[in-house]
Design a protein around this ligand. Structure first.
Ligand code: PLP
Ligand code: COI
Length: 341
């Protein structure tokens, strides 16, 4: 199979239309059998539930070319189950988890020419999502839905790749206590847009959101969870029921304990402690592990000892081990890698 003529090493995190996407519709209480489609456009009622009341949820995962030339995905079963949790919270029907994984396989196989080669630094990003399609005017859930899954080749989420970024403490809140912060709903991202645009205008790469109730605890950023490294080399990561349960973070916690022999604390993290950490990183499918060099708290800077030039040593070890597992250089725990071809 011949690869597409794409400058893989210079890709940013953007959308490139690929050949085929998976589409399945839910009507009269059942999902249809689903199909691959060459049509990248969607025609919807002007009154569709998604357009009126934002009834939409999504996932994000990647396909990789391994060192020995296979194409694999990383823990797609966990994306399937998180999408099911998101669906339940927004009163949407669950897309069956085995069918989710099957759709991942079909879309990656059908677009194999877009899976970036091993060593290029790029990956194929998969975006499964689901939304209410029939007309809804009173506030209530839709009766009809569409599940879609497309893919697009991507490079690093933050410009500069593995260079440390600068973030600021946001005055806006991301998720309310007892709200929807723990699911992957489009509405969580819509309300973060003003915060991210104003952060960028002020010269920052991302926002650190604090817990909205007390504004004393670290939550997450707009698109990734936090991992900190203490000066005595423990991993600390915030525990909160209003952050997204990141699959990357859960995997890194395992990697830290079982591969690197590090102690890990998953607990509430007070913003006051952050100045004492040695390293800080953002973890997620898109972010992988993006090192944070500096946090600006209303003009007061926290500069991590790892600096602004490169990742700290423990963040680097976590990064190398996780990407080594994903790219087939390091043996993966049972069930983490789904070989596609
Ligand atoms: N937090 C938020 C708000 C996200 O959007 C994401 C991205 O999916 C993550 C965390 C990281 O989650 P994962 O590692 O499952 O991609
Ligand atoms: C991901 O990491 O997959 C995300 O969804 C984060 C961001 C692109 C929204």
């Amino acid at each position: 199979m011949e690869k597409k003529n794409i400058d893989w090493s210079n890709l940013g995190f953007g959308y490139i239309q690929t050949d085929l996407r998976y589409v399945s519709n839910y009507k009269n209480g059942a999902w249809d059998e689903g199909t691959l489609s060459s049509d990248s456009m969607i025609t919807l009622s002007e009154c569709a539930g998604v357009l009126q009341y934002a009834q939409t949820i999504f996932e994000g995962l990647k396909a990789y070319t391994t060192e020995d030339g296979h194409i694999v995905t990383f823990r797609p079963d966990l994306n399937a189950s998180r999408l099911a949790d998101s669906a339940k919270r927004l009163e949407m029907p669950v897309f069956p988890e085995d069918r989710f994984v099957d759709a991942v396989v079909k879309v990656v196989e059908a677009n194999a020419a877009y899976v970036p080669p091993f060593g290029s630094g790029a990956t194929l990003y998969l975006r499964p999502y689901m939304f209410g399609t029939n007309p809804v005017i009173g506030v209530k859930p839709a009766d009809e839905y569409q599940f879609r899954l497309f893919c697009t080749p991507v490079g690093p989420y933050f410009k500069g790749g593995a260079k440390p970024i600068t973030i600021r403490v946001s005055d806006f809140d991301r998720a309310a206590p007892n709200g929807t912060g723990h699911i992957k709903a489009g509405l969580n991202y819509a309300m973060s847009l003003h915060a991210i645009v104003s952060a960028h205008e002020a010269g920052f790469d991302e926002n650190m959101y604090l817990d909205p109730k007390t504004r004393t605890k670290v939550e997450e950023t707009g698109g990734a969870n936090f991992l900190f490294v203490t000066k005595d080399n423990k991993i600390v990561t915030p525990k909160s029921n209003s952050i997204l349960p990141s699959i990357t973070r859960r995997s890194l916690v395992y990697v830290a304990k079982e591969y690197l022999g590090l102690e890990v604390e998953e607990r509430e993290v007070f913003f006051d402690e952050v100045k004492d950490f040695a390293e800080c990183g953002l973890c997620g499918t898109a972010a992988v592990i993006s090192p944070v060099g500096k946090i600006n708290d209303h003009g007061k800077e926290i500069c991590f000892p790892s600096g602004m030039e490169k990742m700290g040593p423990t963040t680097q070890k976590l990064y190398d081990t996780l990407t080594g597992i994903q790219m087939g250089k390091i043996e993966a725990p049972e069930g983490w890698i789904k070989v596609i071809k």
